[in-house]
Design a protein around this ligand. Sequence first.
Ligand code: SAM
Length: 288
Amino acid sequence: MTVGRLYIVPTPIGNLEDMTFRAVRVLREVERILAEDTRHTHILCAHYDIVTPMTSFNDHNAAQRLPGILHALQQGARMALVSDAGTPGIRDPGLPLIRAVVLAAIPLEVLPGASAVVTALSGSGFSLDRFVFEGFLPRKGRLRADRLAQIAHEERTVVLFESPLRVVATLVDLQQAGCGQRPALVARELTKLFETWHRGSVSELADWFQIHPPRGEMVLVIQGCLEETASPEDSAAKLAQLLADGQGMRAATQQMAKQTGLSRSVLYKMALAKKNQPTDEDDSGVDP
Ligand code: SAM
């Protein structure tokens, strides 16, 4: 008996051009598309002339649909899982099916593609060596307070989903939790007509959005609590100073790499270049 295959297929988070050739081909070739909301996915399929039969699969019907889908996959069916936008499973339905397929050792093929998380992070300018995705924060109570306190001490870049109705409350709560001065980004309507990137400290963004209530979908990115936003030149100058003050190369580059997100070898090269630069005195035109 041939076992089938589940394809996880990301779809655009706004701009329909962000479908990959492979995603279109897979959606055309599979026997069935499992969609979070079939009405939504029909729009995408109409755009790409995809006529594959579709079944809804979401949090409301997962328990009921799962056994039938698993059975069909085990009998050889090839199906594609899609959500309304972005990557299935990233705060979208799909996890119970993905988990069941993994446990049943049914072949799984994962296509890379659009996600609001990665899009916002990659344009943030914050360190991406380490980051943490917090999804949507709990709305109230102890759980929310605990999560805010964790973010206040988080060394990694933090990325959150937020609704336009709650973003001001979240920014104000973050401010009160001690993150007011932290550089942050609100990436709004990514890949869409009214895409905007609002950058500033958490407090500045809170003030801005209180006066200009936002609309649309948004991702909030906050710099880690130890990282410094400095230009590469400033960082190199600071490193050169640490070295001149007698700190060892290893300790100094480690400290600066942690603060700036730049790699130690890059910092090292920049510090050397800075050291070898002619100073104003060298440039005075007076012969020694
Ligand atoms: N699975 C999706 C992904 O990979 O991007 C995320 C789905 S989650 C239910 C929806 C949330 O993602 C929105 O509330 C918003 O925070 C964020 N989001 C989705 N599309 C977005 C966009 N075009 N611009 C900004 N944020 C977006």
